[in-house]
Design a protein around this ligand. Sequence first.
Ligand code: PEP
Ligand code: MG
Length: 760
Amino acid sequence: MCQWVTMLSQLRRIVKDVAQEPSLEKALAGLVRNVKHALKTECCSVYLADYDAHQFTLMATDGLNPAAIGKVTIGFSEGLIGWVGQREEPINLAQAQQHPRFKVTPEVSEEQFSAFLGCPIIHHRKVLGVLTIQQAASRVFNEDEESFLVTLGVQLASVLANAEMRKGSAGSAAPRQQNSQLQGLIGSPGIAIGEGFVLQPASDFDAISLKQSDDPEKELNRFFRAVKVTKAEFNRLAERMNGHLPADALAIFDVYHQLLDAASLGSEIEAQIKQGWCAKSALKLVVERFARQFDDMEDPYLRERGTDIRDLGQRVLNHLLENEQKTLKLPEKVVLVAENVTASMLAEIPRQQLVAIVSLKGSVNSHAAIMARALGIPAVMGVDELPLMQWQGHQLIVDGYHGQILVAPVEAICQEYRQLISKDAELSARYRAELHLPAGSACGQTFNLMVNSGLALDLEVTQSEFCNGVGLYRTEYPFIMRSRFPTELEQVELYSAVLRPYAGKPVVMRTLDVGGDKPLPYFPISEENPFLGWRGIRLTLDHPEIFLVQIRAMLKANIGYNNLHILLPMISDLAEVDEAQRLIRQAWFEVDDEFNGEGIVSKPKVGVMIEVPAIMYQLPELARKVDFCSVGTNDLTQYLLAVDRNNPRVGNLYDALHPAVLRALNQLAQQAQGLQFPISICGELGGEPLGVLILAAMGYQNFSMNHSNLAKIKWLLRRIDLSELRLLLPEVLACHSPKQVRVLVQRFLDQKQLLNQLRA
Ligand code: PEP
Ligand code: MG
């Protein structure tokens, strides 16, 4: 047990050291040294894969001939190293040189070693390299040694995944090679060229990537300024606390002062800056080193001092970042890059300047991606190979069609992409030219095309005359943008602003759907499984004071317009519908009473979102309780496939065109038709060309989508004969994979010469 605790902390330390060392060569040199020491073996080496040359290169060794580093290469199908890579599993041999796969490589001088343990380093199914330990004695490495190396390999994989980026960078501020390409997930289609602009929610050492500077003088001055402000802050705090805290507790401020002094931490940081690190990096290096030394101490009092050092460092960092943020100029064309793009971040950037979004976390149908689609700008999600700050200031091409990003592209490439951007603009103009026409198919079937609203209201309102209403107003966005719950009066104003421009057309307002990946900043919820937790109706029914105020505000805003419909999110149980209906009735009586029963407060239609699979099987009961239902394909896909819509690791499994999802949607359409239960689609699938065609073939006629998709979908539907699509449907439903579905429907579109008109 104890031995495992030591091993775990050794592992953690080794991986952290590699992650924090900006030079890959130095990181790997430290790695092999530390592993050799931890396992008390005689040799440790690391080989990295080069997929262009189909070979592994010896990158670091402690035990083999150091002159071979960077020179010795082994083909993917050669020797024991190649074999480990091919088999994708550890190979443990007592007498390596007797093995038929052993290849003599004289340059490495390994004659003295008999025992060999090689372990692959694999990231996202791709072998990045091989880690080996060797020993003179002829013995099989024991289970502890083997599992240590396997665990290390797994942990190192994501750290080494950005090895490409770090290769040769030696911590420079511009680590990217020209024209390098990063792959993420498609968040929102389209192409844009702009400059990376990083927004960080809060300063945090983990988010700081190490950078060097060529102006130590300037960095020193920045550091001294931040120290000065931090000291003044301590003086203010000490003064405020004087009399409230005992003298020994107040003494901490003196300690902080001393630590910041030139003779202590301060001098170490200065030394790092003089060695070429920028102020933030120097601070991070020193604070983390000192804090770790305290963390490792036996004495609990001293161990606690690690926390003090981090607190102190955090304060200085805050002031360094404050100054930095003040001096950062917003580029003309902003590609917003953030760990997690939030609605409030979007609000910080003027709409005309924002050309694309890159979110390091999140996936295809995260709300950041949906927001990008609402804004009609490309987005790439889940592309976290590069540390956040390294995106700052680089020219980026964001290709939202393929989920790719080109960093620092050469001019010829930019030229090509500019042509694609203008072709896209031409196509958009073609769709917009038909926006005023009615929504219907070539064979005469009419459709209700509505918009999803809540974020980009100004844009959505301009389309009010070209659509059949609002099929989904996500009320949570205005809640997220505030620092407290909006009052009833504020909500009345918000909702009137949506109901008014759509007077005479239905507006479906969804009650607050927070939780999952939409937290309220002023009501944090910490859960192991947020998408299976306290979300949507579950939360608001537990807080009737929030629910009632919202419904009252909706009812009041509806006076004079009478176009309000209320939609309940995340319903998984019929009792939730009953309880919500009871509260809606209560709110109606209250509001009606406030208006002296004059009869001006109308009773809106109430509907339920079909997004939890369970409720699909209770449709007849549901149809008796509410007026309509709306299918949230985003969540329905997530819950049917058991794939977190926000997790890029499983992003490739999240696909609304999965045949199982399509079959569920087909059954729903048929059932709703049999029950004469009004049904619409408000998930993203209804705003995608392939999705809307399949859904139309199933019989869906009401679609609500991001306003930026409206013109394109209307244009497409006008060119489709439904009888032809219906013939295709059985084939689509019989497909085995989303890929097959895509091929089938794309072929159909190609035959109609529509495919090449859907994007550049
Ligand atoms: C859905 O789940 O499909 C939906 C429309 O709601 P949201 O994306 O806001 O969860
Ligand atoms: Mg949903």
